[in-house]
Design a protein around this ligand. Sequence first.
Ligand SMILES: Cc1cc2nc3c(=O)[nH]c(=O)nc-3n(C[C@H](O)[C@H](O)[C@H](O)COP(=O)(O)OP(=O)(O)OC[C@H]3O[C@@H](n4cnc5c(N)ncnc54)[C@H](O)[C@@H]3O)c2cc1C
Length: 450
Amino acid sequence: MASKSPRNVAIIGAGISGLSAAYYLHQAQPDWQLSVFERAATPGGKLRTLADNGFVVETGADSFLSRKPGGLALVRALDLEHKLQGRQPEHARTYVLRGGALHDLPSGLSGLVPADLSALSASTLLSESAVARAKQEPDIPADLPDSDISVADFMTQRFGAELFQTMIEPLLAGIYGGRADLLSLAATFPQLRTMVETHGSLTKGLQSAGPKNASPVPPFVSFAGGMSTLIEALMAALPVGTVQLSTAVDSVTQTATGWSINGVSYDALIVATSAPVAGVLLPHIAAELAAFPYGSSAIVSLAFNAGQVILPQGYGYVSPRIEGREAIACTWSSQKWAARAPEGQVLLRLYLGRYGTDITQKSDAELLAIAIAELKETLNITADPTRQYIHRWRNAIPQLHLGHQARVAALQNKIDALPTLALAGAYFNGVGIPDCIRSGKAAAEKITAH
Ligand SMILES: Cc1cc2nc3c(=O)[nH]c(=O)nc-3n(C[C@H](O)[C@H](O)[C@H](O)COP(=O)(O)OP(=O)(O)OC[C@H]3O[C@@H](n4cnc5c(N)ncnc54)[C@H](O)[C@@H]3O)c2cc1C
C-alpha cells in the first residue's frame, strides 16, 4: 500500500476489534502515529485469560472458529500458529440437557445443521417422532418469505419444532446468548437460505457440496496459554506506548480537519467499543447505534478436587431454553483443553444469563449459588469448590435480531459520509472473534484509503 504523509489516528477500545484495527493500520502505514485508548487496566476486552496457581481461566471468550476468515489469517501474520491449541480429542463428546439428564448431542453436525440424519436416532436426545420429522427435511418445500426470517422459524420449518428446540436452539444460545425467534437468518447464517433456495433443502445442499476438505487446523481453537495469547501478540506487534491503558475516553469532538480528544487533535478516529458506548461518544449517529440490542451474561468458573467430582467423558453440555434454567452451557474446561488446571484439580465453567434478563445485577453470592445448584442437579457435584472466578459481562453481546442488516446499512450510510471516522466491533457483521478481527481490518482499510 502506498505510504501517505504521516498521520495521527486515535482508536478507542483495545478489545480484539480495536487492536486488530491498530495492527492492520500499523502494518499498512508504519510511520503513522497511533493512540489506542483503553478504559480497563488490561487490554483485550472480552478476551482475557487469568493465570492463577496453575489454573488457566477464560473470563470471556474461550475459543474461536478457525474456518471463518480473519482469525487464522491474523494468527498466521502474528506467527502464532504453533501456539494454537485444539480441543482434546479423547474428550470429543458434547451433551444436551433434557429433562434434567445429559444426552449425547447427535454427531454429524455441519455448523448448526444435522448433516447426517441417520445419526439422529443414535442419540437418546430426540423422540422417535422428532427424528421422523427431521428425516422429511429433503422433501419439505422451500417456503421462504421475501423478507428476513428468524433462525427459529427457518430451522423449525426445515427440521421440526422438537429438533430445533432441543438441539439447535441451545447451540445458538451458546453463541449469541439470545433468543433464536428474534435472531435474523440473513445476518447470521445467510448461506443456509441460499442452500435451500438453490438445492431445495439443506440436506440436499450439503450432499451436493460433497465432503469438506479436511483442514489441518481443528475447527475450534484457542492457545496453549489461553485467548490472551492473541492479545499479547497484538500488543507486542505495536510500537511501545501505542496502547494507553486505564484511559477512558468520555467525549470526542469533530473538528474541521478531524477529531479532538482531551484537546489533542487527530486526523482520523476509529471507535471500537460496543454500540451503546460508541453512541455516547458520537451523538450525531447515536440514534443508529442505539438500534442494536445487547444481552448480558456472567461466567462462573469453579475448581474442584478431582477426587470429589466424576465427570463423563466430554467437553460439557448445553441447556435448551425450554429447560428453563439460567445456565446456557457448562464447559468442562480442564477436559476440553489441555493444561487448564493443576494436577488433582478440575475446572468447570458456567455460562449464565439468557437474553431478556440481566444476570449481571446478581451479587457474587447469588451467581455462585446458581452455579453450585446447577452442578449439583446436573452432575451431582456436592463438594465445595476449591476456587471460584466470577465475571460479569453487562450489555456485552450484540443481538443480531431481525432487521439487523437494515440497521447496519443505516449506520454505514451515515459513516460513509465521514471519511475520517470508522467503527469496528461485534455489532457489525458477527459477534465471533474472526468477525471482530475483520471489522477492525475493514476500519483500518477505510482510514488508510482516505
Ligand atoms: C462471555 C462471552 C463469551 C464469548 N465467547 C466467545 C467465543 O468462545 N468465541 C468467539 O468467537 N466469541 C466469543 N464471544 C464474543 C467475542 O468475545 C466478542 O464479540 C469480542 O471479543 C468483542 O470484541 P470487541 O473488541 O469488539 O469488544 P470488547 O472486547 O468489548 O472491547 C471493547 C473495549 O473498549 C473498551 N472501552 C469501552 N468504552 C471505552 C471508553 N469510553 N474509552 C476507552 N475504552 C473503552 C472496553 O474496556 C473494551 O476493552 C464471547 C463473548 C462473551 C461476552
